[in-house]
Design a protein around this ligand. Sequence first.
Ligand code: GLY
Ligand code: MN
Ligand code: MN
Length: 433
Amino acid sequence: MQKPQLLEFINRMLPDSVAIVPSANEATRSNDTHYRFRQDSDLFYLTGFEEPESVAVFTNVKDRPEYTLFVRPRDPEREIWDGRRAGVEGAVNSFGAVEAFPIAELNKKLPDLLSGARSLYYRLPSSKPELDDSVLNQISQLRAGIRRGVAAPESIVDPAGIIHELRLIKSQEEIRIMQQAADIAAAAHVEAMKAVRPGMMEYELEALIEFNFRKSGASAPAYSSIVGGGANATVLHYVNNDDTLRDGDLVLVDAGAEYKGYASDITRTFPVNGRFSEAQREIYELVLETQVSCVNMAQPGVTMEELKSHSIRMLTEGMVRLGLLKGETEELITREKYKQFYMHGLGHYLGMDVHDVGRYQIDGQPRKLEPGMVITVEPGVYIAPGTKDIPEKYLGIGVRIEDDVLITEGGRNVLSSKVPKAIDEIESLMKSR
Ligand code: GLY
Ligand code: MN
Ligand code: MN
């Protein structure tokens, strides 16, 4: 079956052009063992093909939309070791390629595929230096033959310009899958809230969350899960998750599932013993108030910049109120003093990649949100231990709240709403355990 976005891509290509999109490479974990293969998001988006050592060629020459896949051929011996391959037959029958060939024949076919194309869509450099060499070699050979009437492409264009803009606006089918990715992650966060106890290790909670991802059919976490208890929550990229969860501390869990190629990205922060302390509550309420306000502001026409500025203003005002910062709000914002406690962006596009593709600026101006975009909204406040001149009760508290938000015609739809974030909801869920 051909994916609808494939036709859309070919339609947006320049007339008389060819696009070459390679697979991802297998990544070595150590010595001769590999990480589980994950397909290049662009190739997966266009074709659904999930095997390594493959290349898709899309031609739009003289009104002939065509799609050719070069793949690993069937090989009973190798398939015993590495698993089933679609082969050239499967590439045609299951993935809608008009033609398919063994990957070893790509070089031989390139002259035919490229000749007559006025533009070539190819991302240079690609992840495959040997493919770059072959493509460039073909182009110079075509140029050398120009006097014999052979045409070489006049331009080489990065196909990401088209593909990433298509990927940014999600179709109904993509939204359905992203809702499932969010539901799976939300259910795992709820299980984590129910299971956490003082004395547990952070990695036990990580394992429970990732068990729930896999149990629900997710292929993997969409990124390394963060489970940070106490002051570990103030380390933004804390992924070791090997500390004890202590009575009286909060735990920050940033974990999202990848489902059918699409990511969810959810953060919740909750008390290890089920009850927020006064100080934790004060920081949490500030982050929550800001997060809810930014979510409610997200709608067509608003820019990510505006959301970020709004979060900076609310958090800075709160930091002054709580005694984390001293001075005039305006000046603290201008001098970026809030960055001591809020040092990351408000959010990002979400899709096949957790930090998804698509331009944030158009002609140097912040881009407006549009229906079909999915963003995260994830303000946080992080108070490192040892911070000077602030109320001691706040030291070592880190809070982030992150939701996945689909922009709709009428406003927004929070895909990750099935996991609670209000203090009373979290406490009552944790009490019922
Ligand atoms: N977990 C990655 C992020 O929140 O952006
Ligand atoms: Mn995020
Ligand atoms: Mn996250």
